[in-house]
Design a protein around this ligand. Structure first.
Ligand code: NAD
Length: 281
């Protein structure tokens, strides 16, 4: 069953249009499983894929692109540099490896996966990102898991302002400081674990709104993020949920619903704090 859904686009700070909802593929392995999930997502109408070197499924994403009837330019492809690839020359090598696995000659978005401040290499890493961007090999460059101080340090010497900061963001972790700072700096907020890896789905405030609107809790949460202006990349390997998660563009939350959802923040993470994330270097 092929569906036609129009996902709105966000205009990044360099004018590149990025679909506001994409398909996250973390933990969808091995490659043949990832490839099948991505093809299902394409069929459901997704046109953006969020992978990373560390997910070990870039090959599966590449295989789906190859098998799909979509052309490369129809798809917005994001991958991320892993922590142990930070540095100047190592970025250039890592980038080539990711392109080869993905079976493409350019990326739409390349992200520095974590700042790893303990190792203090993200400024040098960013110089290599700027070179790849200047060479026309990447349409937009960005970061992930950068805290306000990491962004400020980067901007002290950067020529290119990151287009995106992909951060943990869901109803229990609303990231108020970064959300405001991104607006001030012209950086798009992209939410990872937008459903809090499922932990927020049983929340009574979300449940009451979902019931009234005859939507699922996942749809309410994703819709809330869309109305906040965030880019979201929910993950599921289950076809019905893949379709459910993109079926959020034919209803709207009221201002009261938005306020109620804004009120359930708890400061609770499902992932690690960026300052503590130093493994695999
Ligand atoms: P998520 O919030 O998208 O939750 C995914 C889980 O929620 C699924 O495994 C499933 O159990 C459940 N789920 C999904 N849809 C559902 C539905 N409709 N109904 C009920 N349950 C549902 O969590 P995630 O996978 O951690 O994050 C999404 C994507 O974000 C990843 O695949 C990856 O691309 C990205 N990500 C990035 C980072 C980073 O450091 N940059 C970290 C984690 C995730």
């Amino acid at each position: 069953m092929s569906t036609s859904v129009t996902v709105p686009a966000v205009s990044l700070n360099n004018g590149v249009a990025m679909p506001q909802l994409g398909f996250g593929v973390w933990q969808i392995t091995p490659d043949d499983r990832a490839s099948a999930a991505v093809l299902t997502a394409f069929d459901a109408g997704y046109r953006a894929i969020d992978t990373a070197r560390i997910y070990t499924n870039e090959g599966g994403v590449g295989a789906a692109l190859e098998r799909s009837e979509l052309s490369r330019d129809d798809v917005f492809l994001t991958t991320k540099l892993w922590n142990n690839e930070q540095g100047y020359d190592s970025v250039l090598r890592a980038f080539d490896n990711s392109l080869a696995k993905l079976g493409t000659d350019y990326l739409d978005l390349y992200l520095v996966h974590w700042p790893v401040p303990f190792h203090n290499r993200y400024v040098e890493t960013w110089r290599a990102f700027e070179k790849l961007y200047a060479d026309g090999l990447i349409r937009a460059i960005g970061v992930s898991n950068f805290e306000p101080n990491h962004l400020r340090t980067l901007l002290d010497s950067a020529n290119v302002v990151p287009a995106v900061n992909q951060i943990e963001f869901h109803p229990y972790l609303q990231q108020h400081e970064l959300f405001e700072l991104h607006k001030e700096l012209g950086i798009a907020t992209e939410s990872w674990s937008p459903l809090g890896q499922g932990t927020v789905l049983g929340d009574p405030v979300i449940g009451a709104i979902a019931e009234r609107l005859q939507k699922t809790p996942a749809q309410v949460i994703l819709r809330w993020q869309i109305q906040l202006g965030n880019i979201v990349v929910p993950k599921s390997a289950t076809e019905s949920r893949i379709r459910e998660n993109i079926s959020i563009f034919e209803f709207e939350l009221s201002a009261d619903d938005m306020t109620a959802l804004g009120g359930i923040h708890r400061g609770e993470r499902v992932g690690q704090h960026p300052n503590d994330f130093i493994d695999d270097f």
